[in-house]
Ligand binder design. Structure first.
Ligand code: GTP
Length: 596
């Protein structure tokens, strides 16, 4: 297809504003999926995605569309919809010339609408503003058309109104995409350069790499080079999705399609990388490539220690499909053998854990998630700490923690509540804008550690569910952080060590000590529980001693019954962990680590 007949676009929206429904409707209206074959949410292939209603992996679909008597080729590139995947979103956007900015006509603009709009603007995309769900009785199209127009600086009459559900307005929207979006530009005679915006592992075909050709062209059976690593692969198949994969005889400037090379690991085909030809290839890669960088680390342990090899094999398999997943073996006094795993964020952690439990039938326990700290020692050396129990004991001169730039959108009556929450999470207000008299956008710099775990829930509960949040990494800052250890009868329990701000150390210590006092059964002797910073104890509880005599229940001489009881007690002990001389049931660790 010649570039002037191509339009590459994506749909950006806040979660639940109806992106997938609209995408499905477009597939149906352009005739690439017939109604009978149309599964709900065609683009969301993975079970977990569908159940959670989120899109993790982006994909592209080619659709024909006739406007003014000419048939155009529309490539719709799906973008993932969660903060953990901002980098993948930015690469999907970089593959497009324009974006449909979709806003629920009953909800208005939300934080993710803004965050995605900013990303689209950074990539110089043409924005087509659209209100969705106008069929809803609660829709307020005039009000929100004005809000949206004010935001992007157009006239409210230029805001399109559609319903992905009924199909109203979708055909005019496709016409506008053709009319407003620029055709792709590139040098057809230059060496090939194609940007990878997605890469998916397929059991049968190996890695399927989705690319957008910027310059030159790629043909079947050519040898290609991944420019970030210099690795060379044979191109076994090249094609387009419409939406089923269809081999083609090549991809030219502006085209979007997939490549199959037979590699088995998505790490060999990284999002953001540039593909060129092995012979007479390009010398300069396209900008914007970045290695995926884990933001949150957590230990994952099998509840049944004998499942360790299964966990190891499962991680090896998941890795093929997930370039951001990193892990190494780890042992814990409390939990035995497991792995330290790096994740892009909390959602990524939940998804990985859920897949391990569901697809590999494992029961797992995860330790307190930790962000990545840089600890500078007095001798000038810097250590990177991803596990609180590895926090250096020596003299520390400075600690830096990752921070994010957060965008919070809320009705203006909640400004006070949002400020209070952000302040309690060590946030710094960077700016505030009214989108309308009732709605305000607040921009904060916040420590990642303060928001990854439960910030979103706290925000929702303080604003009766009306606030929305989005954030992206924004470097590091120095902070007054300390490591709090938890000790049972003087012995450290590694899984409970945590790095927290000095002002919050006491609260953490007290809550851990209280929790453990309830969870750990009494022993033959008194057991002190302490929380400490270095050698200084900041909280203390005692578990009083008892003498537990199982045999007391048996009257008289029934020896076989006695033996049975002793056997039972022995078995119970197997599931006990020894911390020093203290017996702790594994359940106590699990309960103490579960977040409430
Ligand atoms: P993610 O892809 O998970 O980010 O969400 P999404 O933005 O794709 O939303 P999705 O298409 O899953 O729609 C969210 C909800 O809104 C679903 O319950 C849809 O049935 C509903 N919905 C989507 N479009 C419309 C519409 O035009 N009208 C009405 N009434 N409901 C809609």
């Amino acid at each position: 297809t010649p570039p002037d007949l191509i339009r590459n676009f994506c749909i950006i929206a806040h979660i639940d504003h109806g992106k997938s429904t609209l995408a499905d409707r477009m597939l149906q209206i352009t005739g690439v999926v017939d109604q009978r074959a149309m599964r709900a949410q065609y683009l969301d292939r993975m079970d977990i995605e569908r159940e959670r209603g989120i899109t993790i992996k982006s994909q592209a679909v080619r659709m024909p569309w006739e406007a003014d008597g000419t048939t155009y080729c529309l490539n719709m590139i799906d973008t993932p919809g969660h903060v953990d995947f901002t980098y993948e979103v930015s690469r999907s956007l970089a593959a497009c010339e324009g974006a449909v900015l979709l806003v629920d006509a009953a909800q208005g603009i939300e934080a993710q609408t803004l965050a995605n709009l900013y990303l689209a603007m950074e990539n110089d995309l043409t924005i087509v503003p659209v209100l969705n769900k106008i069929d809803l009785p609660s829709a307020q199209p005039e009000k929100y058309a004005e809000e949206l127009a004010g935001l992007i600086g157009c006239d409210p009459s230029e805001v399109l109104q559609v319903s992905g559900k009924t199909g109203v307005g979708v055909e005019p929207l496709l016409d506008e995409i053709v009319r407003q979006l620029p055709a792709p530009q590139g040098d057809a005679d230059a060496p090939a350069r194609a940007m990878i915006f997605d890469s998916v592992y397929d059991t049968y075909r190996g890695v399927v790499t989705y690319v957008r050709v910027i310059d030159g062209s790629l043909s079947p059976r050519e040898r290609i080079e991944m420019m970030s690593t210099g690795a060379i692969h044979e191109l076994l198949e090249i094609g387009v999705s419409s939406p089923e994969p269809k081999p083609s005889d090549g991809l030219g400037v502006g085209e979007v399609g997939y490549l199959i090379t037979g590699v088995k690991d998505v790490r060999q085909s990284r999002v953001g990388d540039t593909v060129t030809t092995a012979r007479r290839g390009a010398t300069t890669a396209l900008g914007g490539y970045r290695d995926p960088k884990p933001m949150v680390y957590s230990g994952l342990y099998p509840i049944d220690g004998s499942d360790y090899p299964i966990l190891r094999d499962a991680l090896d398999k998941l890795k093929l499909n997930d370039a951001a997943l990193v892990y190494e073996p780890e042992t814990s006094v409390a939990l035995g053998f497991g792995f330290r795993i790096g994740f892009l964020g909390m959602l990524h952690l939940e998804i990985v854990r859920e897949r391990l439990e569901r697809e590999f039938d494992l029961d797992l326990i995860s330790t307190l998630p930790s962000v990545v700290y840089d600890v500078r020692l007095d001798d000038g050396q810097t250590v990177t700490v991803t596990n609180p129990s590895e926090f250096p004991d020596g003299k520390v001169s400075a600690i830096t923690e990752p921070v994010v730039r957060g965008t919070i959108l809320a009705p203006s009556e909640f400004i006070g509540a949002v400020m209070e929450l952000c302040q309690s999470r060590r946030g710094t207000l960077r700016g505030m804008d009214y989108l309308s008299p009732e709605r305000v956008e607040m921009r904060y710099t916040l420590p990642l550690a303060e928001i990854v775990f439960d910030f979103f829930d706290a925000l929702k509960s303080k604003t009766r569910g009306y606030a929305s949040l989005d954030y992206e990494p924004d470097g590091e800052q120095e902070a007054d952080l300390v490591k709090v250890d938890v000790l049972l009868q003087g012995d450290k329990v590694d899984a409970f060590s945590n790095i927290v701000h000095r002002d919050k150390a006491y609260a953490y210590g007290v809550s851990m000590a209280t929790k453990l006092k309830e969870l750990i059964p009494r022993q033959q002797f008194e057991v002190p529980i302490q929380a400490a910073i270095g050698t200084r104890v900041i909280a203390r509880e005692n578990i009083r001693a008892i003498r537990k005599d199982v045999l007391a229940k048996c009257y008289g001489g029934d020896i076989s019954r006695k033996r049975k009881l002793l056997e039972k007690q022995k078995e119970g002990k197997k599931r006990m962990k020894m911390v020093g001389s203290v017996e702790v049931p594994q359940e106590a660790f699990i309960a103490a680590l579960s977040q409430d």
